[in-house]
Design a binder for this molecule. Structure first.
Ligand SMILES: C[S@@+](CC[C@H](N)C(=O)[O-])C[C@H]1O[C@@H](n2cnc3c(N)ncnc32)[C@H](O)[C@@H]1O
Length: 249
């Protein structure tokens, strides 16, 4: 399966009910206030934070590679009487009719791009869709290996139809040279006598700061700031989620 199709089928069904936390819309609302509109969220999924930003009247479009996630977004938008323009595309092959003052990912979705070549293609797409003077916000982190005692542990939730939903880590491989971690996740849905069980590899790919800067430069983008999620400048050895702001060169 292509990594861009990970959030489809049973994974999309279980994404909402198993979600442990939503992206804080304030962070992205503040970024859009600062960078301007129109704005674009890459990897908007089922609509967090895109729908809240639309509810606040912000001109924000979305892109996602999963038709199943976008279908959920549309249903949620209808239920809240919101309109949103969303495109079913991969961020590494962006072709949109507008240019944007603000392009962002909410949380470390960029680490779902499995290698540097795909990341470069996505950065080129961002560059091509930034309006004059526009800014992109790319949150990045280096994932920690799943602790051994968590392998096999099951998280459960209940679907709206009463089905029991389960997800667990089956195994994990880490490649420090390729900078990838592949976690084999088992997704389960049990309802009465019916059961579905599917194992999916979830790939995360990360970057030392200088490597990300090189890729951005190759795409015609310069790193204007690296901050923590509170907006404070991040020292060179900072860990955790970092916000990279990119501008055209
Ligand atoms: C972790 S979800 C986040 C969704 C949403 N922003 C949220 O916080 O609930 C990541 C989303 O990125 C999408 N995605 C993954 N790879 C992608 C790609 N190459 N191009 C566009 N979207 C992608 C997935 O389909 C999924 O909906």
């Amino acid at each position: 399966m292509d990594p861009a199709d990970f959030y489809t089928g049973i994974v999309a069904d279980l994404y909402g009910p198993l979600k442990s936390h939503s992206q804080d819309p304030e962070l992205y609302a503040a970024f859009i206030e600062e960078a301007g509109t129109p704005a674009l969220e890459l990897g908007c999924g089922d609509g967090d934070p895109l729908l809240e930003l639309r509810r606040r009247g912000m001109d924000v479009d979305g892109v996602d590679s999963s038709a199943d996630m976008l279908e959920r977004l549309r249903r949620r938008a209808d239920a809240q009487d919101l309109r949103a323009t969303v495109y079913h595309q991969r961020m590494e092959a962006l072709r949109l009719p507008r240019h944007y003052q603000a392009i962002f990912l909410a949380g470390p979705t960029f680490t779902l791009l499995p290698d540097d070549a795909t990341a470069l293609a996505a950065l080129r797409g961002i560059r091509a869709h930034l309006a004059e003077g526009g800014t992109a916000l790319v949150p990045l982190f280096t994932p920690a290996p799943t602790p051994a005692e968590q392998i096999g542990q099951v998280r459960t939730a209940t679907a709206p139809d009463g089905a029991e939903l389960r997800v667990s880590v089956v195994a994990e491989q880490r490649d420090e040279t390729a900078r990838t971690q592949t976690t084999l996740l088992r997704y389960e849905r049990h309802h009465g006598s019916e059961s579905t069980v599917e194992d999916r590899p979830w790939i995360l790919h990360w970057y030392p700061r200088d490597r990300f800067e090189e890729l951005a430069a190759a795409a015609g983008l310069a790193v204007a700031a690296v901050t923590d999620t509170d907006g404070k400048p991040a020292p060179a050895d900072a860990a955790g989620l970092l916000h990279f702001r990119l501008r055209t060169t």
